[in-house]
Design a protein around this ligand. Structure first.
Ligand SMILES: CC(=O)SCCNC(=O)CCNC(=O)[C@H](O)C(C)(C)COP(=O)(O)OP(=O)(O)OC[C@H]1O[C@@H](n2cnc3c(N)ncnc32)[C@H](O)[C@@H]1OP(=O)(O)O
Ligand SMILES: CC(C)C(=O)C(=O)O
Length: 649
């Protein structure tokens, strides 16, 4: 039949849930503030859907992982399926694999022979949950069992009677504790009144439900056939109408046929669900059971602890995929390898700004002790570090990226905070490469391109390579450049005559051949330019107003790394002469420190920061670090401060 034919003659819409006239649904106004009880059915519903069901060795590995994650209820087998399944339960019990606070659940259909065998597998268990199931919706009653409603009830009640008898015998023998988990298979496709009626008959037959020994009703969306709000309505109806609600626990068992298993579960929990059955990474029949990792981390990202430990999610994913012989799509919630990577330029820009803003906000909390370090990050709903990922892949660069992403990579790898206009310029280089290759630019490729472009290497990269140089003072040596005035806006042009004349003598290789160059000027850069002009016929004009600005951030030892500047003291030096600019910045910084009671006596680390926002024509210094020793700031007898230039970054 062609796809576009009228489906209304073929498919029936979901029926309404028979709430009383005027009834106001409760679930839409609720919030989930606590974690449900979790049951992992990886070893049963997950296992039965695998191409190659797990061996008992593999099941044991997964069982141990589930225990480690923190599951307190684990469905371990369908013991009546065969000897292997039966033996798995025996091994767990006999080898003392089950911690005292963990209950193991086994599943059995409502058939006497299979119930007997299933319960026998649990001999000696501490806490066993008997998951008894039969499908109760019209199609199953009519087609699979060929039963009326009354016959369905009889089948169920007889099974409950047998479970009660066998478990009581085992309790008398070994002291084992048992819980009945009665599953209305295909609950979400069953008439709500019939489901409640059946549930009440089960309760009456069990006869011993209490707030301390609740009967579980597993309300299965065996096949997800309707939107999530319908499942929530079904659960709320059952919750409102089942007897002895305080002695009953509602379990949610959703599948994901419509791709909304997670949403259905979240709404069903609002509607009265207390417990969730599902699998890690949503393994299971057809499109899978509901994914417990997504559910738990959705809760976590709302500030509700799920009580499950996914702090090393990559490792968990790896084990689960190996055990299930399956793979996770790269965009899978939380667990996909690309979930915490942005390629798009505007996303990257927002993330980069978000990280900086958050670092400042968190630092303020550290310093003031006020407020909370809450997570508020564009495009990233959960801190990747909380679940075992780093930030190193947050930004990946392709032809869809922009300058911010590229600058982020350079900051991460080379610790260089590029000035904005340089970001734009360098991004052109990267974009060109991306468009040429049509591929992602890896971190290594970007870093390499940066080094190539700006010749950042001790080995020759460009056509010109400076091998060595000397600065020879031509006029009497004195630091007279400090005579140059600096107005508050830093834009004044330095008087040339205020500085010493120096000679630049160097060796430069040009296309691999060494050439000697020499030039004079007031300041190193002018002398170098003179040498290039004279010896190599290279005319470069960097403008009269070219200045070097040196920023020094003096971090307070013991305070967190200062990104906002709140935990540090700053110095600034501006001059057309780089050396003078550095000297001024140091003196300026020290001035800010003297008498600052917050500052300890020794070891002051100076970290220069370059101005990113300036629109002036400037030359930019390479980063370098100074360390002041010998308590220079606080002991007047050390008048000759010892400022040691440490290695360049
Ligand atoms: C929704 C779920 O995921 S439920 C879990 C499903 N998991 C499995 O089926 C995995 C393990 N299953 C098995 O190993 C086998 O199916 C067994 C051992 C349980 C039964 O095997 P068999 O006796 O060969 O029966 P078969 O597999 O054909 O099952 C169908 C029979 O059980 C009946 N049946 C099916 N479900 C139930 C139930 N919940 N309660 C009672 N009877 C049931 C069917 O009506 C059918 O009976 P019929 O033969 O009289 O028509
Ligand atoms: C037996 C039940 C719990 C089941 O697996 C289902 O309905 O999907």
């Amino acid at each position: 039949m062609p796809m576009l034919s009228d489906p209304s003659s073929k498919y029936l819409p979901y029926p309404s849930v028979p709430f009383a006239e005027g009834y106001t649904r409760q679930w839409p106004n609720k919030r989930t503030t606590t974690s449900p009880i979790w049951l992992s059915t990886d070893l049963r519903d997950g296992n039965q859907a695998l191409v190659n069901p797990m061996s008992n060795t593999t099941k044991l590995e997964l069982f141990r992982l589930l225990v480690k994650i923190g599951f307190k209820q684990i469905e371990v087998a369908y013991p009546a399926a065969g000897e292997t399944e039966f033996q798995f339960v025996r091994d767990l019990i006999e080898n003392d694999e089950v911690p005292d606070d963990v209950a193991i659940q086994i599943i059995t259909p409502a058939r006497p022979d299979l119930i007997t065998k299933s319960i026998a597998s649990l001999a000696g268990v501490k806490h066993g949950i008997i998951h008894l199931y039969n499908a109760v919706s019209p199609v199953f009653r009519e087609v699979v069992f060929r039963n009326t409603k009354e016959q369905t009830i009889d089948l169920t009640i007889n099974a409950v009677k047998l479970v009660k008898k066998l478990t009581e015998e085992e309790t008398a023998r070994s002291g084992a504790r048992f819980t009945l988990n009665y599953c209305l298979e295909t609950f979400s496709q069953t008439e709500p009144e019939f489901a409640v009626n059946l549930g009440n008959r089960v309760l009456a037959e069990w006869g011993k439900a209490s707030p301390d020994a609740k009967v579980y009703f597993n309300l299965a969306a065996t096949v997800e056939c309707a939107p999530s709000n319908h499942y929530a309505d079904m659960v709320e109806y059952f919750s409102n109408n089942i007897n002895q609600r305080g002695s009953v626990l509602l379990s949610i068992h959703p599948h994901n046929d419509r791709g909304t298993g997670v949403a259905a579960t979240e709404l069903a929990l609002l509607a009265g669900g207390d417990r969730v059955e599902g699998c890690l990474l949503g393994n299971g029949e057809r499109t899978g059971n509901v994914d417990l990792i997504t559910l738990a981390l959705n809760l976590y990202s709302q500030g509700v602890s799920p009580g499950l430990d996914f702090s090393n999610l990559p490792e968990i994913v790896q084990v689960v995929c190996r055990c299930n012989e399956s793979a996770v799509p790269v965009r899978y919630p939380y667990a996909g390898t690309l979930v915490f990577s942005a390629f798009a330029g505007t996303h990257q820009d927002a993330i980069k700004k978000g990280l900086d803003a958050q670092a400042a906000r968190w630092e303020k909390v550290d310093i003031t002790g006020e407020g909370k370090k809450y997570w508020a990050m564009p495009y990233i709903p959960i801190d990747p570090k909380d679940i075992g990922y780093g930030y190193e892949n947050l930004i990946r660069v392709s032809s869809q990226s922009g300058k911010a992403g590229t600058a982020y990579v350079i900051k991460q790898t080379l610790q260089l905070d590029l000035p904005r206009r340089m970001q734009v310029s360098f991004y052109g280089v990267v974009q060109n490469e991306c468009e040429k290759s049509g591929k992602e630019m890896s971190t290594a490729l970007i870093t390499n391109a940066f080094k190539q472009k700006y010749c950042l290497s001790s080995k020759p990269i460009g056509r010109l390579h400076l091998q060595s140089f000397d600065i020879v003072p031509l006029s009497p040596s004195s630091v007279t450049s400090s005579l140059e005035s600096f107005e508050s806006d830093g834009t004044s042009t330095p008087p040339e005559q205020g500085r010493d004349l120096i000679r630049f003598e160097g060796h430069i290789s040009v296309d691999g051949r060494t050439r000697k160059i020499m030039g004079d000027g007031k300041g190193v850069h002018l002398a170098l330019l003179d040498a290039l002009r004279g010896d190599l016929d290279l005319e470069v004009d960097i403008g009269d107003s070219t200045k070097t600005v040196t920023y020094l951030e003096v971090n307070l030892p013991g305070s967190p790394t200062s990104k906002s500047g709140a935990g540090s003291v700053w110095g600034v030096g501006v001059s057309s002469d780089p050396t003078t600019s550095q000297c001024r910045a140091i003196i300026s910084g020290i001035n800010g420190l003297v008498g600052d009671k917050r500052f300890p006596r020794a070891k002051v680390v100076f970290t220069p920061r370059r101005d990113q926002s300036a629109q002036r024509s400037e030359s930019w210094l390479r980063d370098f670090t100074f360390r002041a020793g010998h308590n220079v700031l606080h002991t007047p007898e050390h008048e000759r401060s010892e400022l040691i230039a440490a290695s360049p970054i």
